[in-house]
Design a protein around this ligand. Structure first.
Ligand code: XMP
Length: 516
């Protein structure tokens, strides 16, 4: 299924770290866009039928062999083109201008002097701050182009061929360090391309629901594995809106969930949304298979495989289905043309990969075109509760990777109690929404303590709280001492089995967010 509005922008990606930001800015303007690899064929571009094309930046240099180039036909599609940074250089190179390697790189803030404030720079002051990050620069205009802005270091910092509506800027309008960047992108998307604000979450819900209905037909049935997380929850509610009781949700309680989590899922989906929900209490099976295993990757594998077995069995009991609903998001879909090569696997993230093949199901992925913040907006447009939409991420293998080493029901129970206390205090202090994640880790280390007149010899736990934008990097949260003191004293007083509380002050990198 591919929900695509009538008006849209195509972003060709040359491997810049910030290509996704271009897409987010365009979507913030309520105009739909998609990112595709720079090598997209002209036939595919024509079929996509964009109303405007943006060429992204890149760490590559045109001076080096193998520099990525798009089809030259991209300028003949008959729609406006905007090149950003490397995209400007590519445009210059392909249309007959000159690109040279500058004496030094220009990186950081620069003042842009605007020579012509019509069109792309409509409504801006004559001098604005922009963000630069480039080595090469252009030294000769392509035919039919003129300069529309410069900086002290880039005599041709922005160029235009108004007749053919082709533009290029050396700086990055998509980053926050270019404060007027959104206006420039708006001038391109709304002004030059003439597009309207069509991409609203209400319109998305309406059209997606209609599409799912058509795809599944009047008899088709779907199943969805709910995890309690934002993505699968929003996907399920969306599909439920389309096909009602012909959607059946399955929630597997693997015995590695936090306190009250299963009940919360039941409340939201059964009571609030009146959806078909089967809760499978399979904790015993998971814990039996996990018994004695202390290797984090093996634990993940056991959990992933057991999940598939349980889910498969449950779906069979329901009498089969034609479709599987998954909460895949756009960042998972974007075909990266990253020049860095495949990144090393630090941790394998278990998900339900392998299920659709095994069960011979067709997929419904209604969130494939959305970024995370858009998913939340879709949820809000469908009146989903705030606690569900703004829940902190929780890993698939759950508490099994927070009980370090071998997992047992007893250790899980101890961790659950401590985790609930930390969670209550974080929420009570009004910090929950500001933190990417906050949780407790139970260590396989015993220490000596004294309580009353008695010697204790019990486990240590670590509190972990981080701030982050996307989990790729994270910083340990500077929680108030008073809060840490209260959590420590509550855990030691209220949780039998823990007699020492520590706070993790490691950022990512070099640490990871989870301990296993
Ligand atoms: P790390 O620990 O790698 O975590 O810094 C980054 C983000 O991913 C989550 N995480 C997982 N999620 N299955 C998941 O679904 C996993 O095996 C897994 N391991 C880590 C982690 O909670 C953080 O949000």
């Amino acid at each position: 299924m591919h929900f695509v509005p009538d008006e849209k922008i195509l972003i060709l990606d040359f491997g810049s770290q910030v290509t996704q930001l271009i897409a987010r800015r365009v979507r913030e303007l309520e105009v739909y866009c998609e990112i595709h690899p720079y090598s997209m064929s002209i036939e595919a571009i024509r079929e996509f039928a964009p109303n405007g094309i943006i060429l992204s930046g890149s760490p590559a240099s045109l001076g080096k062999e193998g520099a990525p180039l798009p089809t030259e036909e991209v300028y003949k599609v008959g729609v406006p083109v905007l090149g950003i940074c490397y995209g400007l250089q590519v445009t210059t190179h392909l249309l007959g201008g000159q690109v040279e390697q500058a004496d030094h790189r220009e990186y950081g803030h620069a003042m842009l002097q605007i020579d012509d404030s019509a069109g792309l720079f409509e409504g801006l002051d004559s001098e604005v701050q922009v963000w630069m990050s480039h080595g090469d620069r252009i030294s000769g205009l392509p035919n039919g182009f003129r300069r529309i802005a410069h900086t002290s270091n880039s005599p041709l910092a922005a160029i235009a061929n108004e007749k053919n509506t082709v533009f290029g800027v050396q700086f990055h309008p998509e980053v926050v360090h270019t404060p007027c960047g959104k206006q420039i992108l708006s001038n391109f998307v709304r002004g030059v391309c003439g597009l309207h604000a069509e991409w609203t979450m209400e319109s998305f819900v309406e059209r997606t629901v209609a599409e799912i209905r058509e795809k599944v037909g009047p008899e088709g049935r779907a199943i969805c594995g709910l995890s309690g997380g934002v993505d699968s929850s929003v996907a399920a509610v969306l599909v439920h809106k389309a096909i009602g009781d012909r959607l059946h949700c399955i929630y597997v309680d693997a015995g590695i969930m936090r306190e009250g989590e299963t009940e919360q899922v039941e409340k939201t989906f059964r009571e609030h949304f009146h959806m078909n929900l089967t809760v499978v209490r399979a904790g015993e099976m998971f814990l039996e298979r996990l018994a004695g295993e202390s290797d984090p990757e093996k634990k993940r594998k056991i959990i992933g495989n057991t999940f598939i077995d349980v889910f498969d069995e449950e779906a069979r009991k329901l009498g089969g289905a034609d479709y599987l609903v998954q909460g895949t998001l756009y960042p998972d879909v974007i075909e990266s043309v990253s020049v860095k090569g495949p990144s090393v696997t630090i941790k394998t993230h278990h998900n339900v990969g392998g299920l659709p093949e095994k069960m011979k199901l067709k997929l419904i992925e209604p969130l494939r075109e959305l970024f995370k913040d858009e998913v939340r907006a879709v949820g809000a447009a469908m009146d989903m509760p705030r606690e569900v939409l703004w829940r902190q991420p929780f890993p698939g293998p759950g508490l099994a990777i927070r009980v370090l080493g071998a997992v047992s029901p007893e250790r899980l129970a101890v961790l659950r109690k401590a985790d609930l206390i930390f969670d209550e205090e974080i929420r009570g202090a009004g910090l929950y929404d500001q933190l990417w994640q906050s949780f407790v880790v139970l260590l396989p280390v015993k220490t000596v303590g004294v309580m009353g007149d008695e010697r204790t010899y019990e486990d240590v736990c670590a509190l972990r709280a981080v701030t982050s934008e996307d989990a790729m990097t994270a910083d340990w949260a500077r929680l108030p001492y008073e809060l840490l003191a209260k959590v420590s004293s509550r855990i030691i007083n209220e949780v039998r089995g823990i007699n020492r509380v520590t706070y993790d002050i490691t950022s990512k990198p070099p640490g990871t967010i989870e301990w296993e």
